[in-house]
Design a protein around this ligand. Structure first.
Ligand SMILES: C[S@@+](CC[C@H](N)C(=O)[O-])C[C@H]1O[C@@H](n2cnc3c(N)ncnc32)[C@H](O)[C@@H]1O
Length: 297
């Protein structure tokens, strides 16, 4: 399979969105070391989402798969195990630190069918009709121009190939988010993001991403509400560390809390999280939308 050369950042066709993209890159670059540090737990927590994407994109052994906004390599690495040595997986991310982390893990686990490249979702380093399936887990909500990115993802799909995207349902349905944000909001003023801002909940409303995928030209577009449990085999204190490090939003807010109040906030946050901790670790009910479609034949 030919993937072609990785475009340079200066070549990315963001137009007016270029400064916005630079901001996204710098935000996610700071986050990359934490996602690498917590990779095993993140993988465990979102395994049901990966499974739902594999099903929605109809991935089988031998499939060639593109994972867009792979972060430190998920779901690309899980899919590489699934497709085996006869399949192929390319994971791309705009942030070099994420891609380096993904490569390290692929090497460590000897997953030779997985390769990774630094690339923007608007300009994928692959020829048209290269892949049987394209997936993206918690990525599309951050793209500056989602329709353009989805068109590009459809371009590299083979005719009839499947695309499957995972985005968060409403924050209020996800204690993974609201348990801590409700505590932190008592300490720091926070404003709701603008309607179409690059944010985890940009496509939380059912139907919104489905409409964008149809606009991009996908056929047979559908949406499924995935209800599952986020499980993490860690103590409540470890879970607090993970959450406060992996979320850029939370990290930024915590820096605004006066030093003398941070201990109190931490105690409150851990107390709030305790409702979801049990013998096997943490377990939180969660809701994600899986939006899928295909490239017209
Ligand atoms: C929430 S993380 C998801 C990472 C991974 N897919 C996962 O589920 O563990 C979002 C990722 O999207 C990447 N990203 C954001 N905008 C992007 C774009 N326009 N093109 C490529 N990657 C992008 C970020 O660098 C970050 O790694």
């Amino acid at each position: 399979m030919m993937f072609g050369a990785t475009p340079q950042i200066e070549e990315w066709p963001c137009g007016g969105h270029y400064p916005f993209m630079q901001e996204i890159i710098s935000r996610w670059s700071e986050t990359a070391p934490y996602w690498e540090k917590h990779r095993a737990i993140i993988r465990e927590m979102f395994a049901p989402v990966t499974q739902a994407l594999i099903e929605a994109a109809q991935i089988t052994s031998r499939s060639s798969v593109l994972d867009v906004a792979t972060g430190p390599g998920e779901p690309a690495l899980t899919i590489a195990e699934f497709v085996g040595t006869e399949g192929k997986v390319l994971g791309i991310d705009a942030v070099p630190g994420m891609v380096e982390a993904a490569r390290r893990e692929a090497q460590r686990r000897e997953l030779h069918s997985a390769t990774f490249a630094v690339a923007h979702a608007d300009l994928l380093p692959a020829e048209a009709s290269s892949f049987d399936a394209v997936v993206s887990r918690f990525g599309v909500m951050f793209f500056p121009t989602p329709v353009r990115s989805l068109r590009e993802m459809l371009r590299v799909l083979k005719p009839g190939g499947k695309i499957a995207l995972a985005v968060w349902h409403f924050a209020e349905k996800n204690p993974f988010h609201y348990t801590l944000s409700r505590v932190v909001e008592r300490y720091v003023d926070s404003q709701s993001p603008a309607a179409d801002a690059s944010d985890a909940f940009r496509f939380a409303e059912p139907g919104k991403l489905r409409a964008v995928l149809s606009e991009a030209g996908a056929a047979a577009v559908s949406e499924r509400l995935l209800q599952f449990s986020i499980r993490a085999s860690v103590s409540v204190e470890e879970f607090w560390t993970l959450r406060s490090e992996m979320s850029e939003n939370l990290r930024t807010k915590l820096t605004k809390v006066p030093r003398e109040r941070r201990g109190e906030l931490t105690r409150e946050a851990i107390e709030a999280l305790r409702a979801y901790s049990g013998d096997g670790g943490m377990s939180l009910p969660a809701e994600v939308l899986i939006v899928s479609g295909s490239r017209p034949s």
